[in-house]
Design a protein around this ligand. Structure first.
Ligand SMILES: *Cc1c(COP(=O)(O)O)cnc(C)c1O
Length: 396
């Protein structure tokens, strides 16, 4: 693991947005580009260039299947988690509608990634109904909360495993069980948890899972949708074309991206324990340091509960700080605001307001997300920079 010590560049603590690629992943990708490499079209059945590409893709499918505990036949490649979410939600809604299914309701949570919420709400103009469940203050939804919201009109529940801002995790197997009680299917956006948290999908009730390598040291622009075979799911294709991916997703499979995704999942599967220990240890160091700053609140926790969390994400809010100045005042650390910028107005993050924070506190929030390549020095640098910024803003 190399430290990120290039001069002038800030310490990178935004790994939940994207991670740098592992060199082994880059090597796997580069092998699929040039004339000397495996550059063919995997759909070319008439020559060795095509056969080699198909073999690379089969191998990547095997690597991913092994990492998430399913059959390679259950994995469909897409262009990323956003497309996978769109495909799962729109594809199922439209296929059921074509089959004459009368159920019209999709349930999701109000703190899902926009790729989930907007895939669902985009269907409203096609006659579908979207019900958003508001989570508890720790960012989770319990099976009881889902049960309360369910009825026989629901055909799909889509609730993620881990929240991308809070890091808090749902028990997706228990939620899927509730969905099934009402005859609905269950989809989960696992773009944050991916192969970092063992999914063991063969022994899970979850029907569809969104995956991407870009948060686990793989490339952007590639992802997958897991479709449980025994659930017999019919999806209407989003991208029509030449019958690739069992006719579900047209377009020449991006061999280099797929090879890299396979490698990223294989590395995570082999090194999961080591990576998680590293992230947990840095996270504990970070939380301990943040708690020493007066008026700091660590978000995504709830008294009297023992919510599981991703090993690398910390969301923190500060009392008595003008939120819009917080990030510009933190020097030398790349973090994410808890806020979403839309045109000229900075708005507080919906994830924080939906979990019960005031607009003021939500604005004065940052997400720090730790990656494999971060070091203890990075954490100490960040803690100093954050404490300084908070002090300066309170004096101002
Ligand atoms: C990053 C992320 C996405 C989007 O992933 P892309 O591969 O960039 O489309 C979707 N959902 C969650 C939870 C994410 O963290």
């Amino acid at each position: 693991m190399q430290a990120k010590t290039a001069p002038k560049l800030p310490v990178y603590l935004d790994n939940a947005a994207s991670t740098p690629m592992d060199q082994r992943v880059i090597d796997a990708m580069v092998k699929c580009l040039s004339y000397e490499g495996i550059f063919g079209n995997s759909a070319s059945k008439d020559h060795v260039y095509g056969w080699q590409a198909a073999e690379v893709i089969d191998n990547a499918r095997d690597q991913i299947a092994l990492a998430i505990g399913c059959s390679p036949l259950e994995i469909i490649f897409t262009s990323g988690a956003t497309e996978s979410n769109n495909f799962a939600i729109k594809g199922l809604a439209r296929a059921l509608n074509k089959a004459g299914d009368k159920r019209k309701t999709i349930i999701t949570s109000s703190i899902e990634h926009k790729a989930v919420i907007e895939s669902a709400t985009a269907l409203e103009c096609e006659g579908f109904v979207v019900k958003l469940i508001r989570p508890r203050t720790d960012g989770t939804i319990t099976p009881e909360m889902l049960d309360e919201a369910m009825d026989e009109s629901v055909f799909l529940v889509s609730i993620s495993q881990a929240n991308s801002v809070l890091g808090s995790m749902n028990d997706i197997n228990a939620l899927a069980e509730v969905a099934h009680t009402y005859g609905a299917l269950y989809h989960s956006d696992c773009a944050q948890s991916n192969a970092l948290i063992p999914l063991d999908l063969d022994n899970s009730l979850v029907d569809m899972v969104t995956l991407t390598p870009e948060k686990i040291y793989g490339p952007k622009g590639i992802g997958a949708l897991y479709l449980k075979r025994s659930s017999n799911i019919e999806l209407d294709p989003l991208i029509s074309g030449g019958g690739h991916e069992k006719g579900l997703r047209g377009g020449t499979p991006a061999t280099h991206q797929i090879a890299a995704m396979g490698e990223a999942f294989a590395i995570m599967q082999k090194e999961r324990t080591k990576v998680c220990e590293h992230l947990e240890s840095l996270k504990n160091r970070l939380i301990t340091g943040l708690k020493e700053i007066p008026g700091a609140h660590i978000n995504g926790y709830m008294e009297g509960t023992d919510t599981p969390h991703l090993p690398g994400i910390v969301s923190v809010s500060f009392d008595k700080v003008e939120g819009k100045f917080l990030i510009p005042t933190i020097r030398g650390v790349a973090v994410s605001s808890g806020s979403a910028c839309s045109s000229s107005v900075v708005k507080p993050s919906y994830i924080l307001t939906e979990t019960g924070h005031s607009d003021e506190l939500a604005m004065a929030s940052i997400r720090l997300s730790i990656g494999r390549f971060n070091t203890e020095e990075d954490i100490d640098t960040a803690l100093k920079a954050i404490a300084n910024a908070v002090n300066m803003l309170r004096k101002a």
